[in-house]
Design a protein around this ligand. Structure first.
Ligand SMILES: Cc1ncc(COP(=O)(O)O)c(C=O)c1O
Length: 418
Protein backbone atom coordinates (compact mmCIF):
# COMPACT_ATOMS: atom_id res chain seq x y z
CA UNK A 1 0.00 0.00 0.00
CA UNK A 2 1.44 3.39 -0.96
CA UNK A 3 1.91 5.85 1.81
CA UNK A 4 -0.31 8.89 1.79
CA UNK A 5 1.42 11.33 4.04
CA UNK A 6 1.98 14.78 2.71
CA UNK A 7 5.71 15.48 2.40
CA UNK A 8 5.24 19.06 1.29
CA UNK A 9 3.20 19.79 4.42
CA UNK A 10 6.02 18.27 6.49
CA UNK A 11 8.67 20.28 4.64
CA UNK A 12 6.71 23.48 5.24
CA UNK A 13 7.31 23.02 8.99
CA UNK A 14 11.10 23.15 8.48
CA UNK A 15 12.33 26.70 7.82
CA UNK A 16 15.67 25.43 6.52
CA UNK A 17 14.01 24.04 3.40
CA UNK A 18 13.37 27.61 2.25
CA UNK A 19 17.12 28.09 1.84
CA UNK A 20 18.96 28.04 -1.44
CA UNK A 21 22.26 26.22 -1.66
CA UNK A 22 25.36 26.94 -3.79
CA UNK A 23 23.53 29.41 -5.99
CA UNK A 24 19.84 28.82 -6.45
CA UNK A 25 19.53 25.09 -5.83
CA UNK A 26 16.87 23.94 -3.44
CA UNK A 27 18.21 22.07 -0.42
CA UNK A 28 18.10 18.30 -0.76
CA UNK A 29 19.13 17.17 2.67
CA UNK A 30 20.23 13.54 2.74
CA UNK A 31 22.41 13.64 5.86
CA UNK A 32 19.85 12.96 8.58
CA UNK A 33 21.90 10.03 9.86
CA UNK A 34 24.37 12.66 11.08
CA UNK A 35 21.75 15.06 12.38
CA UNK A 36 18.17 15.83 11.45
CA UNK A 37 16.65 19.20 10.60
CA UNK A 38 14.29 20.84 13.12
CA UNK A 39 10.64 21.81 12.66
CA UNK A 40 9.26 25.11 13.91
CA UNK A 41 7.33 23.26 16.61
CA UNK A 42 10.63 22.23 18.24
CA UNK A 43 12.25 25.65 17.82
CA UNK A 44 9.15 27.31 19.29
CA UNK A 45 9.08 24.99 22.29
CA UNK A 46 12.70 25.81 23.13
CA UNK A 47 12.20 29.52 22.61
CA UNK A 48 9.07 29.52 24.75
CA UNK A 49 10.92 27.73 27.52
CA UNK A 50 13.54 30.50 27.60
CA UNK A 51 11.17 33.41 27.08
CA UNK A 52 8.45 32.28 29.52
CA UNK A 53 9.61 29.65 31.99
CA UNK A 54 13.39 29.74 32.34
CA UNK A 55 14.61 28.70 35.80
CA UNK A 56 16.55 25.79 37.26
CA UNK A 57 14.35 22.69 37.39
CA UNK A 58 14.17 20.88 40.74
CA UNK A 59 15.67 23.90 42.55
CA UNK A 60 14.07 27.07 43.87
CA UNK A 61 10.71 27.64 45.51
CA UNK A 62 9.36 30.11 42.98
CA UNK A 63 6.78 29.88 40.23
CA UNK A 64 9.26 29.78 37.34
CA UNK A 65 11.23 26.93 38.97
CA UNK A 66 7.97 25.04 39.37
CA UNK A 67 7.07 25.61 35.70
CA UNK A 68 10.55 24.63 34.50
CA UNK A 69 10.35 21.43 36.56
CA UNK A 70 6.93 20.60 35.16
CA UNK A 71 8.09 21.15 31.59
CA UNK A 72 11.29 19.15 32.08
CA UNK A 73 9.47 16.25 33.72
CA UNK A 74 6.69 16.55 31.14
CA UNK A 75 9.33 16.05 28.43
CA UNK A 76 10.54 12.94 30.24
CA UNK A 77 6.99 11.57 30.30
CA UNK A 78 6.63 12.19 26.57
CA UNK A 79 9.91 10.45 25.73
CA UNK A 80 9.00 7.56 28.03
CA UNK A 81 5.59 7.13 26.36
CA UNK A 82 7.24 7.29 22.92
CA UNK A 83 9.40 4.22 23.68
CA UNK A 84 6.93 2.37 25.92
CA UNK A 85 8.96 3.02 29.10
CA UNK A 86 8.24 4.16 32.64
CA UNK A 87 9.25 7.78 33.20
CA UNK A 88 11.79 6.98 35.91
CA UNK A 89 13.61 4.72 33.48
CA UNK A 90 14.39 7.64 31.17
CA UNK A 91 17.64 9.45 31.94
CA UNK A 92 18.45 12.66 30.07
CA UNK A 93 22.08 12.90 29.00
CA UNK A 94 23.73 15.21 26.53
CA UNK A 95 23.88 12.64 23.71
CA UNK A 96 23.83 8.95 22.86
CA UNK A 97 27.61 9.03 23.21
CA UNK A 98 27.21 10.18 26.80
CA UNK A 99 24.48 7.59 27.42
CA UNK A 100 26.79 4.76 26.39
CA UNK A 101 29.69 6.24 28.38
CA UNK A 102 27.37 6.49 31.37
CA UNK A 103 26.81 2.73 31.34
CA UNK A 104 30.48 1.96 30.67
CA UNK A 105 31.74 4.27 33.43
CA UNK A 106 29.09 3.14 35.87
CA UNK A 107 30.06 -0.51 35.32
CA UNK A 108 33.71 0.49 35.65
CA UNK A 109 32.96 2.12 39.00
CA UNK A 110 31.20 -0.96 40.39
CA UNK A 111 32.97 -2.60 43.31
CA UNK A 112 33.75 -6.31 43.71
CA UNK A 113 30.54 -8.15 44.60
CA UNK A 114 28.34 -5.79 42.62
CA UNK A 115 26.47 -7.42 39.69
CA UNK A 116 27.97 -4.71 37.46
CA UNK A 117 31.58 -5.32 38.46
CA UNK A 118 33.84 -6.21 35.54
CA UNK A 119 37.05 -8.08 36.23
CA UNK A 120 40.04 -9.38 34.29
CA UNK A 121 38.99 -12.28 32.07
CA UNK A 122 35.38 -11.08 31.67
CA UNK A 123 34.20 -10.44 28.13
CA UNK A 124 32.69 -7.37 26.53
CA UNK A 125 31.12 -8.11 23.15
CA UNK A 126 30.56 -5.57 20.39
CA UNK A 127 30.38 -5.94 16.59
CA UNK A 128 32.37 -4.78 13.59
CA UNK A 129 29.53 -2.49 12.55
CA UNK A 130 29.55 -0.27 15.63
CA UNK A 131 29.75 3.49 15.50
CA UNK A 132 32.81 4.67 17.43
CA UNK A 133 30.40 5.84 20.15
CA UNK A 134 29.56 2.20 20.83
CA UNK A 135 33.10 0.92 20.46
CA UNK A 136 35.60 3.23 22.13
CA UNK A 137 33.83 3.41 25.54
CA UNK A 138 33.99 -0.42 25.63
CA UNK A 139 37.62 -0.49 24.51
CA UNK A 140 38.41 1.88 27.35
CA UNK A 141 36.37 -0.10 29.88
CA UNK A 142 38.20 -3.27 28.82
CA UNK A 143 41.53 -1.48 29.33
CA UNK A 144 40.55 -0.18 32.75
CA UNK A 145 39.22 -3.50 34.03
CA UNK A 146 41.39 -6.07 32.26
CA UNK A 147 38.33 -7.49 30.47
CA UNK A 148 38.62 -8.86 26.96
CA UNK A 149 36.93 -7.05 24.08
CA UNK A 150 35.62 -9.42 21.41
CA UNK A 151 33.27 -8.87 18.50
CA UNK A 152 30.78 -10.37 16.12
CA UNK A 153 31.89 -9.94 12.53
CA UNK A 154 29.97 -8.65 9.54
CA UNK A 155 29.22 -10.65 6.38
CA UNK A 156 29.98 -9.36 2.89
CA UNK A 157 26.28 -8.53 2.54
CA UNK A 158 26.53 -6.28 5.58
CA UNK A 159 24.70 -8.47 8.08
CA UNK A 160 25.92 -9.54 11.51
CA UNK A 161 27.54 -12.95 11.27
CA UNK A 162 25.76 -14.94 13.96
CA UNK A 163 27.16 -18.33 12.92
CA UNK A 164 29.56 -18.35 15.90
CA UNK A 165 27.39 -16.40 18.34
CA UNK A 166 27.67 -19.09 21.03
CA UNK A 167 31.47 -18.87 20.95
CA UNK A 168 31.64 -15.08 20.90
CA UNK A 169 28.96 -14.55 23.55
CA UNK A 170 30.09 -17.15 26.07
CA UNK A 171 29.73 -17.63 29.84
CA UNK A 172 32.46 -15.09 30.52
CA UNK A 173 30.49 -12.35 28.78
CA UNK A 174 29.40 -9.50 31.01
CA UNK A 175 28.21 -6.94 28.46
CA UNK A 176 26.96 -7.12 24.89
CA UNK A 177 26.73 -3.72 23.18
CA UNK A 178 25.27 -3.64 19.67
CA UNK A 179 23.73 -1.22 17.28
CA UNK A 180 20.06 -1.60 16.36
CA UNK A 181 20.52 -0.15 12.89
CA UNK A 182 23.92 0.44 11.33
CA UNK A 183 24.64 4.08 10.52
CA UNK A 184 26.69 2.94 7.49
CA UNK A 185 25.04 -0.19 6.13
CA UNK A 186 21.44 0.51 7.08
CA UNK A 187 21.25 -3.06 8.38
CA UNK A 188 18.75 -3.66 11.18
CA UNK A 189 20.03 -6.33 13.55
CA UNK A 190 17.84 -9.15 14.93
CA UNK A 191 18.07 -7.92 18.50
CA UNK A 192 15.59 -10.27 20.15
CA UNK A 193 17.21 -13.27 18.51
CA UNK A 194 20.61 -12.22 19.86
CA UNK A 195 19.05 -11.41 23.24
CA UNK A 196 18.22 -15.08 23.76
CA UNK A 197 21.95 -15.87 23.88
CA UNK A 198 22.77 -12.75 25.92
CA UNK A 199 20.25 -13.75 28.58
CA UNK A 200 21.39 -17.37 28.50
CA UNK A 201 24.87 -16.31 29.64
CA UNK A 202 23.52 -13.69 32.07
CA UNK A 203 25.12 -10.66 30.38
CA UNK A 204 23.79 -7.10 30.17
CA UNK A 205 22.55 -6.01 26.74
CA UNK A 206 23.17 -2.40 25.69
CA UNK A 207 21.45 -1.25 22.51
CA UNK A 208 22.63 1.71 20.46
CA UNK A 209 19.31 2.89 19.05
CA UNK A 210 20.57 6.13 17.51
CA UNK A 211 19.48 5.14 14.02
CA UNK A 212 16.33 3.25 14.97
CA UNK A 213 14.32 5.29 17.48
CA UNK A 214 14.02 8.25 15.05
CA UNK A 215 12.81 6.03 12.20
CA UNK A 216 10.49 3.31 13.44
CA UNK A 217 8.36 2.55 16.47
CA UNK A 218 10.30 1.09 19.38
CA UNK A 219 8.76 -0.40 22.49
CA UNK A 220 11.34 -1.17 25.15
CA UNK A 221 8.91 -3.68 26.68
CA UNK A 222 9.16 -5.77 23.50
CA UNK A 223 12.92 -5.42 23.12
CA UNK A 224 14.75 -7.89 25.31
CA UNK A 225 17.60 -5.55 26.17
CA UNK A 226 18.66 -3.81 29.39
CA UNK A 227 19.74 -0.38 28.14
CA UNK A 228 18.85 1.73 25.10
CA UNK A 229 20.78 4.85 24.05
CA UNK A 230 19.74 7.49 21.52
CA UNK A 231 20.22 11.17 20.65
CA UNK A 232 17.62 13.94 20.44
CA UNK A 233 19.24 15.74 17.53
CA UNK A 234 18.77 12.82 15.13
CA UNK A 235 14.99 12.76 15.75
CA UNK A 236 14.08 16.41 15.06
CA UNK A 237 15.09 17.50 18.56
CA UNK A 238 17.80 19.93 19.64
CA UNK A 239 21.46 19.12 20.08
CA UNK A 240 22.65 18.67 23.66
CA UNK A 241 20.07 16.13 24.75
CA UNK A 242 20.31 12.35 24.62
CA UNK A 243 18.49 9.55 26.34
CA UNK A 244 19.49 6.49 28.24
CA UNK A 245 16.68 4.07 28.97
CA UNK A 246 17.49 1.33 31.45
CA UNK A 247 15.54 -1.22 33.42
CA UNK A 248 14.50 0.45 36.66
CA UNK A 249 15.94 -2.23 38.93
CA UNK A 250 19.32 -1.89 37.21
CA UNK A 251 19.46 1.90 37.10
CA UNK A 252 18.59 2.12 40.80
CA UNK A 253 21.51 -0.12 41.73
CA UNK A 254 24.18 1.15 39.36
CA UNK A 255 26.94 3.41 40.66
CA UNK A 256 26.69 7.00 39.40
CA UNK A 257 28.72 8.28 36.48
CA UNK A 258 28.89 12.07 36.92
CA UNK A 259 28.52 13.32 40.48
CA UNK A 260 27.57 16.68 41.99
CA UNK A 261 24.38 18.58 42.75
CA UNK A 262 20.83 17.29 42.19
CA UNK A 263 21.77 13.59 42.29
CA UNK A 264 22.34 13.28 46.03
CA UNK A 265 20.13 12.08 48.86
CA UNK A 266 22.36 13.06 51.81
CA UNK A 267 25.78 14.67 52.02
CA UNK A 268 28.40 15.03 54.75
CA UNK A 269 31.91 16.38 54.37
CA UNK A 270 33.18 12.84 53.93
CA UNK A 271 30.58 11.11 51.80
CA UNK A 272 27.19 11.13 50.10
CA UNK A 273 24.31 8.84 49.27
CA UNK A 274 22.52 9.03 45.96
CA UNK A 275 18.95 9.38 44.75
CA UNK A 276 17.33 6.63 42.71
CA UNK A 277 17.21 6.92 38.92
CA UNK A 278 16.76 9.01 36.92
CA UNK A 279 18.12 11.78 39.19
CA UNK A 280 21.08 9.63 40.25
CA UNK A 281 22.41 10.10 36.71
CA UNK A 282 21.49 13.74 36.16
CA UNK A 283 24.07 15.68 38.12
CA UNK A 284 23.90 19.48 37.87
CA UNK A 285 21.28 21.79 36.41
CA UNK A 286 19.84 19.70 33.57
CA UNK A 287 19.49 20.51 29.87
CA UNK A 288 15.91 21.68 30.34
CA UNK A 289 15.24 23.64 27.16
CA UNK A 290 16.76 20.84 25.09
CA UNK A 291 14.64 18.21 26.82
CA UNK A 292 11.55 20.35 26.25
CA UNK A 293 12.53 20.63 22.57
CA UNK A 294 12.90 16.86 22.41
CA UNK A 295 9.44 16.51 23.95
CA UNK A 296 8.08 18.69 21.13
CA UNK A 297 9.94 16.54 18.58
CA UNK A 298 8.33 13.42 20.02
CA UNK A 299 4.91 15.10 19.78
CA UNK A 300 5.63 15.99 16.16
CA UNK A 301 6.70 12.45 15.22
CA UNK A 302 3.81 10.88 17.12
CA UNK A 303 1.27 13.14 15.45
CA UNK A 304 2.37 11.91 12.02
CA UNK A 305 2.81 8.37 13.29
CA UNK A 306 5.96 6.27 13.30
CA UNK A 307 4.33 3.63 11.07
CA UNK A 308 3.64 6.24 8.41
CA UNK A 309 7.13 7.67 8.70
CA UNK A 310 8.72 4.26 8.42
CA UNK A 311 6.64 3.30 5.39
CA UNK A 312 7.50 6.59 3.68
CA UNK A 313 11.22 6.03 4.32
CA UNK A 314 11.04 2.47 3.02
CA UNK A 315 9.35 3.66 -0.19
CA UNK A 316 12.17 6.17 -0.67
CA UNK A 317 14.82 3.57 0.19
CA UNK A 318 13.43 1.25 -2.47
CA UNK A 319 13.50 4.08 -5.00
CA UNK A 320 17.06 5.03 -4.04
CA UNK A 321 18.42 1.50 -4.17
CA UNK A 322 16.89 0.72 -7.55
CA UNK A 323 17.96 4.09 -9.00
CA UNK A 324 21.50 4.00 -7.67
CA UNK A 325 22.21 0.38 -8.58
CA UNK A 326 21.37 1.19 -12.22
CA UNK A 327 24.46 3.46 -12.31
CA UNK A 328 27.50 1.81 -13.87
CA UNK A 329 30.23 0.93 -11.38
CA UNK A 330 28.14 1.76 -8.31
CA UNK A 331 28.08 -0.68 -5.41
CA UNK A 332 25.87 -0.43 -2.37
CA UNK A 333 27.83 -1.13 0.82
CA UNK A 334 25.21 -2.98 2.83
CA UNK A 335 22.08 -4.93 1.97
CA UNK A 336 20.66 -4.03 -1.44
CA UNK A 337 17.19 -5.29 -0.60
CA UNK A 338 14.64 -3.93 1.84
CA UNK A 339 14.71 -6.84 4.23
CA UNK A 340 15.73 -5.74 7.75
CA UNK A 341 17.25 -2.48 6.60
CA UNK A 342 16.49 1.20 6.96
CA UNK A 343 16.98 4.38 4.95
CA UNK A 344 20.76 4.72 5.23
CA UNK A 345 22.36 3.98 1.88
CA UNK A 346 26.15 3.93 1.53
CA UNK A 347 27.83 3.34 -1.79
CA UNK A 348 31.02 3.56 -3.78
CA UNK A 349 31.62 4.14 -7.49
CA UNK A 350 34.58 2.55 -9.21
CA UNK A 351 37.12 5.24 -10.07
CA UNK A 352 35.43 8.11 -8.20
CA UNK A 353 36.60 9.17 -4.75
CA UNK A 354 33.66 9.62 -2.35
CA UNK A 355 34.93 13.06 -1.31
CA UNK A 356 34.92 14.23 -4.95
CA UNK A 357 31.46 12.82 -5.38
CA UNK A 358 30.22 14.52 -2.20
CA UNK A 359 31.62 17.85 -3.41
CA UNK A 360 30.02 17.47 -6.81
CA UNK A 361 26.63 16.66 -5.25
CA UNK A 362 26.98 19.69 -3.00
CA UNK A 363 27.21 21.87 -6.12
CA UNK A 364 23.69 20.69 -6.98
CA UNK A 365 22.37 21.39 -3.47
CA UNK A 366 22.47 17.74 -2.42
CA UNK A 367 23.87 17.22 1.09
CA UNK A 368 25.31 13.74 1.67
CA UNK A 369 28.06 12.55 3.95
CA UNK A 370 31.34 11.06 2.82
CA UNK A 371 34.06 9.35 4.84
CA UNK A 372 34.16 6.49 7.32
CA UNK A 373 31.05 7.70 9.19
CA UNK A 374 32.66 7.14 12.62
CA UNK A 375 32.85 3.41 11.92
CA UNK A 376 36.40 3.09 10.72
CA UNK A 377 36.85 -0.65 11.34
CA UNK A 378 33.79 -1.30 9.17
CA UNK A 379 35.15 0.78 6.30
CA UNK A 380 38.40 -1.20 6.50
CA UNK A 381 36.48 -4.46 6.59
CA UNK A 382 34.83 -3.56 3.27
CA UNK A 383 38.27 -2.58 1.91
CA UNK A 384 37.16 0.88 0.86
CA UNK A 385 38.77 4.22 1.77
CA UNK A 386 35.41 5.81 2.39
CA UNK A 387 31.82 5.69 1.19
CA UNK A 388 29.20 8.22 0.17
CA UNK A 389 26.15 7.99 2.39
CA UNK A 390 22.62 9.20 1.73
CA UNK A 391 20.45 9.01 4.84
CA UNK A 392 16.75 9.74 4.63
CA UNK A 393 14.07 11.10 6.88
CA UNK A 394 10.40 11.97 6.85
CA UNK A 395 10.92 15.33 5.10
CA UNK A 396 12.57 13.78 2.04
CA UNK A 397 10.47 13.39 -1.08
CA UNK A 398 10.53 11.13 -4.07
CA UNK A 399 11.81 14.16 -6.03
CA UNK A 400 14.80 14.33 -3.65
CA UNK A 401 15.68 10.75 -4.47
CA UNK A 402 15.33 11.35 -8.21
CA UNK A 403 17.69 14.33 -7.86
CA UNK A 404 20.14 12.21 -5.90
CA UNK A 405 20.19 9.50 -8.55
CA UNK A 406 20.57 11.94 -11.42
CA UNK A 407 23.15 13.95 -9.44
CA UNK A 408 25.25 10.85 -8.82
CA UNK A 409 24.96 9.88 -12.50
CA UNK A 410 26.01 13.38 -13.61
CA UNK A 411 28.94 13.46 -11.20
CA UNK A 412 30.09 10.01 -12.27
CA UNK A 413 29.98 11.00 -15.93
CA UNK A 414 31.83 14.22 -15.17
CA UNK A 415 34.70 12.39 -13.45
CA UNK A 416 34.94 9.34 -15.69
CA UNK A 417 33.70 10.29 -19.14
CA UNK A 418 35.15 13.70 -19.80
C1 LIG B 1 24.71 4.37 15.33
C2 LIG B 1 25.18 5.59 16.05
N1 LIG B 1 25.55 5.48 17.33
C3 LIG B 1 25.96 6.54 18.05
C4 LIG B 1 26.05 7.78 17.48
C5 LIG B 1 26.51 8.92 18.32
O1 LIG B 1 25.51 9.88 18.45
P1 LIG B 1 25.84 11.30 19.10
O2 LIG B 1 26.98 11.86 18.31
O3 LIG B 1 24.59 12.07 18.96
O4 LIG B 1 26.22 11.04 20.51
C6 LIG B 1 25.69 7.95 16.14
C7 LIG B 1 25.82 9.26 15.49
O5 LIG B 1 26.04 9.36 14.30
C8 LIG B 1 25.23 6.82 15.42
O6 LIG B 1 24.86 6.93 14.14
Amino acid sequence: MKNTFDVSAVQADFPIFKRQIRGNNRLIYLDSGATSQKPLQVLDAEREFYTQHNAAAHRGAHQLAEEATELFEGARNKVAAFIGAKSDEVVFTKSATESINLVAYSFGNAVIGSPFHIKPGDRIVVSEMEHHANLIPWQELAKRTGAQLVWLSVTSEGRLDLSNIDEVINEKTKVVALTHQSNVLGTINPINEIAVRVKEVGAFFVLDACQSVPHFAIDVKQLKVDFVAFSGHKMLGPTGVGVLWGRQELLDEMPPFLTGGSMIETVTMESATYLPAPKRFEAGVPNMAQAVGLGAAVDYLSKIGMEQIHQHEMDLTQQAISGLTSIKGLQIVGPNNLEMRGGVISFTIDGVHPHDLGQALDQYGIAVRTGHHCAWPLTKKFKVVATTRASLYLYNSSADISELVSGVQRARDYFLER
